[in-house]
Write a protein that binds this ligand. Structure first.
Ligand code: BES
Ligand code: ZN
Length: 455
C-alpha cells in the first residue's frame, strides 16, 4: 500500500491515537501531574517501539526524556534528530474553555485540546510519519533519533545536562522541530529565529506583616507602590528597555531579510483586531513584525500584592511580587540580563524597602542562516505539500534547547511548524487544524525523503 493510501485509510485511527495522547494531562509545571507527565512519556516510548524503533525513557533530575532511534538507513545516509515536547502548559482558567482541555474534540475543522498545537499534536505528526513509513516501506529514508522531553514549558533546565551526557547517542546531522506555526492558513514558513528568555521574580518587602493602612500609612513604606515604581522604570517613553547595558551585543539582522518582512501577507490592523486590543504598542520606529521577531522585550507576567478580593480592605501590604520576563535576541545572554536587572533594581529601588531579584529560568536566543541541506529539504517538502513556496519568517516565542542542540551536537536546526496563528497556545481553547494531520505527515515524509537523498 502506498503511503498516501495508508494515510487515507488510517484517518480515523490516527485521530484516535492522537486523542489518547491529548487526554493525558501532562502539565509539567504542576507537581500533582508528575504521574501524568510520566504517562505521556511512556505513551511516546510505546508508540516509537510499536513502529519498530528502539525506544526507552531516560530519567533526569526532573521529568523523563523519551528517546527512540533507528539507524537502519546505513552510515552513508544522514541522521536526523527529531525533537518535540510531550509536556503542556496548565489549562487554567478552565471556565474559559468551550470544551474541557483534556477531552479532545473536533469542531469546525479544528482539534480542540490543551497540547493540540503545543506540542503533542505536532510531535505526533513525526511519530505517525515514522510509523507509516515503517509500515509501508519497512524502513526509513534516514537514520533517526527521536527525543521528546517533558520540561520544555518550564524552561528545559534538565535537558542541557542530558544532552551533554548523551552527546554520542544523539549525534546527528540535522535537527528538526515541529513546535511552531505557519505564517498564515495555506502559507507555510521557514523559521529563521527564536527569541531567548530570562525569567525573573522581583520581590519587595516592607514591614514584618500587613498593617492597618490608616494607623501606619504615610509613615511606613508601601511595597506595592515601590514595586510599581520599579516596574515603571523598565521602559523609556519610547517603549525601549531602559536597563543600562541591556542592548549591548545585539546583532542586527541582515537588512535584506528585514526588508523581506514587508512583502509578507500581513496586516497590522487584522493582527490588532485578532486579539481585540485597542492599539498596537511597542518600541518606537519598528514595524510589528520587527518588534515581534527581532527585538527583545520586557514583560510583566504577573503581579501580586495586598488585598484583591471583593469590596475594600484598608491594608498596607507587607510585600509585593512581580514575575518579569525578558525575550532575548542574539547575542544576549540570559544570566547577564538578570545581573543587569539586579543592578538596575538596586539603583532605582527606594532604600525604604528590601528588594530581591530571583533568577527563575533562562534560555538563549537562536537565529539561523538560510540555506543548507536541512533548510532546502524543508522548503521542498513544504512547497510540495502546500503548493506554494514557504515564506521566510522569524518567531517571537522561545524553544530554549535549540541553540544548545546546535552547539553541543554541531548540527543545524530546521523548524517546521504546522499550527496556525491564533492557535491559542498557552491559552484557553487551544486548537490545531484537523486537515494539518494529513498535511503535516505528508510534509514530514517528503522532508525525511529529501534529507535522505539530497540533490
Ligand atoms: N511552542 C512554543 C514556542 C512557540 C510559540 C513557537 C509560539 C512558535 C510560536 C513553546 O512550547 C513555548 O511555549 N516555549 C516557551 C519557552 C519558555 C518557557 C522558556 C515560551 O516561549 O514561552
Ligand atoms: Zn509552549
Amino acid at each position: 500500500m502506498s503511503l498516501q493510501d495508508a494515510l487515507r485509510d488510517r484517518a480515523q485511527q490516527l485521530r484516535s491515537e492522537l486523542f489518547d495522547f491529548l487526554r493525558i494531562p501532562s502539565v509539567s509545571a504542576r507537581s500533582e501531574h508528575a504521574g501524568d507527565v510520566r504517562r505521556a512519556c511512556d505513551w511516546v516510548v510505546e508508540h516509537l517501539a510499536a513502529s519498530g524503533l528502539e525506544a526507552r525513557s531516560v530519567e533526569t533530575a526532573g521529568h523523563p526524556v523519551a528517546l527512540g532511534s533507528w539507524h537502519g538507513a546505513g552510515p552513508e545516509r544522514p541522521t536526523l534528530l527529531i525533537y518535540g515536547h510531550y509536556d503542556v502548559q496548565p489549562a487554567e482558567p478552565l471556565g474559559l474553555w468551550t470544551s474541557p482541555p483534556f477531552e479532545p474534540e473536533i469542531r469546525d475543522g479544528r482539534i480542540w485540546a490543551r497540547g493540540a498545537a503545543d506540542d503533542k499534536g505536532q510531535l505526533f505528526l513525526h511519530l505517525a510519519a515514522l510509523q507509516l513509513l515503517m509500515e509501508t516501506r519497512g524502513r526509513l529514508p534516514v537514520n533517526v533519533v527521536v527525543l521528546a522531553e517533558g520540561e520544555e514549558e518550564v524552561g528545559s533546565e534538565n535537558l542541557l545536562p542530558f544532552l551533554e551526557r548523551h552527546r554520542e547517542e544523539l549525534s546527528s546531522d540535522i535537527i528538526v522541530i515541529s513546535d511552531s506555526a505557519m505564517f498564515a492558513p495555506g502559507v507555510p514558513s521557514l523559521l529563521l529565529s527564536l527569541r531567548g528568555m530570562a525569567y525573573t521574580e522581583i520581590r519587595v518587602r516592607g514591614a514584618r506583616s500587613d498593617l492597618h493602612s490608616g494607623a501606619y500609612g504615610g509613615a511606613i513604606p508601601n511595597p506595592a507602590t515601590e514595586l510599581a515604581r520599579i516596574l515603571a522604570t523598565l521602559h523609556d517613553p519610547e517603549g525601549r528597555i531602559a536597563i543600562d547595558g541591556f542592548h549591548d551585543g545585539i546583532v542586527e539582522w541582515d537588512e535584506e531579510i528585514i526588508r523581506g518582512f514587508d512583502d509578507l501577507p500581513f496586516s497590522e490592523d487584522t493582527f490588532r483586531q485578532s486579539v481585540g486590543a485597542p492599539r498596537l504598542a511597542g518600541e518606537a520606529g519598528r514595524s510589528t513584525l520587527e518588534r515581534l521577531w527581532t527585538r527583545p522585550t520586557c514583560e510583566v507576567n504577573g503581579l501580586l500584592s495586598g488585598y484583591t478580593g471583593e469590596g475594600a480592605k484598608t491594608v498596607l501590604p507587607a510585600e509585593a511580587m512581580a514575575k518579569v520576563s525578558f525575550r532575548l535576541v542574539p547575542d544576549q545572554e540570559p544570566a547577564r540580563i538578570v545581573e543587569l536587572l539586579r543592578a538596575h533594581v538596586a539603583r532605582v529601588a527606594s532604600p525604604a524597602v528590601q528588594v530581591e531579584v530571583l533568577d527563575i529560568h533562562g534560555g538563549r536566543p537562536w537565529r539561523a542562516t538560510p540555506g543548507g541541506p536541512g533548510f532546502e529539504a524543508a522548503r521542498e517538502a513544504l512547497a510540495g505539500t502546500f503548493g506554494r513556496e514557504p515564506v521566510v519568517t522569524g518567531e517571537g516565542g522561545s524553544i530554549p534547547i535549540v541553540p544548545e542542540f546546535e552547539r553541543v551536537l554541531g548540527a543545524r536546526a530546521v523548524l517546521l511548524g504546522f499550527a496556525l496563528p491564533g492557535a491559542n497556545m498557552h491559552a484557553p481553547d487551544e486548537w490545531f487544524p484537523d486537515a494539518h494531520i494529513e498535511k503535516g505527515i505528508e510534509t514530514l515524509v517528503r522532508f525525511y525523503d529529501a534529507v535522505g537523498s539530497p540533490g
